[in-house]
Structures are given as C-alpha cells and as structure tokens.
Design a protein around this ligand. Structure first.
Ligand SMILES: [Zn+2]
Length: 90
C-alpha cells in the first residue's frame, strides 16, 4: 500500500468571470449575505436578459448565460459553506 493518499482539501471553486465576481463579492462579502434571486425578462425580439437581484438591498447585477452557469456551479460547490450564492428554479 503506497502513501499516495491525497489529504489536501479540494480548492474552493473560484469564479473567473468578472460579473460573477461582482455578484459574489456583493452577496458574500458585503453586509447583505444572502442568496440572490434570478430575474429573467425577454425583449419583444426574443432577446432574453438575466440579472441577479439581491433580496436584501434590491441591487441588480446583469449576467449572461455563462455567468449564470458559473454562479450555479459556485453555489452548488460553496453556497452551503458560505451561506450565499444564487437560488434558481429548475
Ligand atoms: Zn445587497
């Protein structure tokens, strides 16, 4: 039996996208400390936009689909530990 056990903890998932960093900085490091709601609306041409809304102060942060995907991954990985992130309905 070799000693190749991997004892180090997995690195916490760090967001790379600037919009995601802004959202998490607000929801996780500010006073609001909460799970942001996802707001989605569509223009008449079918262009849809998404934003994260802070339920505490009402601030909105525009995000795109890839930002949203990263926010979901981050929340799944870290949301329970940090008690912040986003919440969404499947
Ligand atoms: Zn806020």
């Amino acid at each position: 039996m070799d000693e190749q056990f991997d004892y180090h903890l997995p690195p916490s998932f760090s967001p790379h996208r600037p919009a995601v960093q802004r959202v998490l900085a607000h929801l996780c490091e500010g006073e609001c400390q909460s799970f942001g709601d996802i707001l989605e609306w569509c223009e008449t041409r079918g262009d849809c936009s998404q934003a994260v809304v802070c339920p505490t102060c009402g601030n909105q942060f525009l995000i795109d689909e890839e930002d949203f995907a990263e926010l979901q991954r981050w929340t799944i990985a870290n949301g329970g530990v940090y008690a912040c992130g986003v919440r969404w309905m499947d």
